[in-house]
Ligand binder design. Structure first.
Ligand code: NAP
Length: 501
């Protein structure tokens, strides 16, 4: 421990002027942290330390272990461009396979070797031109650059429902699945009908005695065209790596130009998405009453579109009931709805989502002039091009606020963001700069343009509420086509930045 502190504090001279490597702290060893290490090293930046609060890499794929967990982005695209893999068992991978992949890549590329596990970063304070990092153990160290790779949805959101603590059965959040509890033959309730709930309900309903689905708002869903990859096909892909690369780019382009384009104004795609959702509902839910209850009153893709083929059959099965009356309170025996019914349960699963405004919080991040990040954001996190913030020099975010998240591979987005950060480091190195941060006026202009553009996206015009909305009253998302964002990441405009040194 002492060794790390000493190694991190060899001197106060700005790295680019002193002609040494920048000391870079990366917070988080999920997929964006792994991408950062591999790409930074490849670009020649080798003085890296990763801080990970848990005992393993993997981020969301380590945290979420619920039954049915899978990724609705195709496996051949949901992977690192530098670590394509032929041996995927399914077109859409299940959680454990993705977690195993993350661990393998972290091992193969030496990420685990430089990761300090079980070490939570609690404070980051900027004193020109360095960042002072404090861990949960009270250890302190100095870095030249900090990269936040914490992900977005990592703080479970527990519903503020009266009596929740009084429930006498087993109760847990979807991201804290209690594997000591056997659901077989039990009366199970699931609160929520988002992507997570849909996967859980699809997987668990066949095993339970009763499944009670508590739906506050119906969701549009399309079928997941899942398929098993044959060993023969995987062998062929392994033998001809060009097939891996082709598949990667095929899925990237398909998703960019179809579902993603549909959310940001492509009317043809919007119509296609709506048609697919309606067809899915009509095809897979025979009971007209149930179908009515499952039909949203807003446009498809307004909330994050769900890809799931198991949910409709599960909720239509004889042991399942869809409860649309709102929850009044939770009692020791189960869930009481406003119509007075008590839905008696043995197990209650809270598939109620996450705090979407967390990002690097609750780490206390203090920028220039003592500006506290949580205060600055005040529930409406903003960043310049989703990666940087004025008054927080040499601080970069992967999957930061207003990025192009949604039905896309976040691995690709992270990789492009790392490339952008590398361009910034190269600039600092070439010009001997001490610090780099967005100009407040560039940040304001960018955010004003986003606030205007977002009004014509389906996230607003679609007429729904979702976790995309923050305290500003607007969705915290990139309002233009994601391929534009990828181009921006590969063509940084340094005139938007204050370069000091
Ligand atoms: P979510 O989309 O935020 O859904 C939360 C659900 O809980 C909603 O149905 C919500 O209802 C309901 N809810 C929340 N508080 C409630 C309350 N007090 N009473 C009743 N219902 C309540 O969360 P999620 O399903 O965990 O998904 C979050 C995100 O994770 C997704 O949008 C997606 O980006 C990602 N994800 C991705 C995959 C994948 O395959 N790639 C899989 C799972 C998750 P309302 O709709 O009425 O708010």
């Amino acid at each position: 421990m002492t060794e790390t502190v000493q190694a991190a504090n060899p001197g106060n001279a700005p790295w680019a002027k002193a002609g040494r490597q920048p000391r870079i702290a990366i917070v988080g060893a999920g997929m964006s942290g792994i991408a950062a290490v591999v790409k930074l090293r490849k670009a020649g930046y080798t003085d890296l330390t990763v801080f990970e609060k848990a005992d393993r890499v993997g981020g969301t794929w380590r945290e979420n272990t619920y039954p049915g967990l899978s990724c609705d982005i195709p496996s051949r695209w949901y992977c690192f461009s530098f670590a394509l893999q032929a041996q995927w068992s399914h077109r859409y991978s299940y959680g454990p396979e993705i977690q195993a992949y993350m661990e393998k890549v972290a091992r193969d590329f030496g990420v685990t070797d430089i990761t300090r596990f079980n070490t939570r970063v609690t404070e980051l304070t900027y004193t020109h031109p360095h960042w002072h990092l404090t861990t949960g153990d009270g250890e302190q160290a100095q870095y030249d650059v900090v990269i936040s790779a914490t992900g977005i949805l990592h703080q479970p959101a527990y519903p503020a429902i009266e009596g929740l603590a009084s429930f006498s059965g087993d109760c847990f959040h979807s991201a804290r699945w209690d594997h000591s509890v056997d659901v077989t033959g039990k009366r199970v309730g699931v609160i929520g009908t988002g992507s997570t709930a849909a996967q859980i309900i699809g997987a668990v309903t066949p095993q339970v005695q009763e499944m009670h689905v508590f739906q506050r708002t119906p969701q549009w869903m399309v079928e997941l065209p899942q398929k098993t990859y044959s060993p023969r096909w995987n062998k062929l892909v392994q033998r001809f790596p060009v097939l891996q690369r082709l598949s990667y780019h095929y899925y990237l382009q398909i998703l960019l130009h179809t579902f993603s384009a549909g959310t940001v104004g492509n009317k043809t795609m919007q119509r296609l998405i709506s048609w697919l959702c309606r067809r899915n509902l009509e095809k897979n839910v025979a009971d007209p009453e149930l179908r009515k209850k499952l039909t949203p009153n807003y446009q498809a893709a307004c909330k994050r579109l769900i890809f799931c083929s198991d949910f409709y059959p599960a909720v239509s099965s004889p042991n399942a009931s869809l409860v649309t009356e709102h929850i009044e309170r939770i009692e020791p025996a189960g869930v009481r709805t406003v119509d007075g019914s008590l839905h008696e349960l043995d197990i209650l699963v809270l598939a109620t989502g996450f705090d979407p405004g967390a990002f690097i919080l609750p780490t206390k991040v203090t920028g220039e002039n003592g500006v506290d990040l949580a205060t600055r954001w005040a529930g409406a996190p903003r960043a310049h091009r989703a990666v940087a913030i004025p008054d927080y020099p040499n601080f970069w975010m992967l999957e930061g606020p207003t990025g192009p998240v949604g039905n896309l591979s976040l691995i690709t987005i992270s990789e492009y963001q790392v490339d952008y950060i590398i361009s910034m480091l190269d600039k600092m190195k070439a010009e001997g700069l001490d610090a780099i941060s967005p100009k407040p006026e560039a940040f304001d202009d960018y955010n004003a343009a986003m606030a205007e553009a977002i009004k014509s996206t389906v996230w607003i015009t679609g007429g729904c509420d979702s976790w995309y909305f923050d305290a500003s009253g607007l969705p915290n998302l990139y309002p233009w086509k994601p391929n534009r964002y990828l181009r921006e990441m590969h063509n940084p405009d340094f005139s938007e930045y204050r370069l000091s040194g």
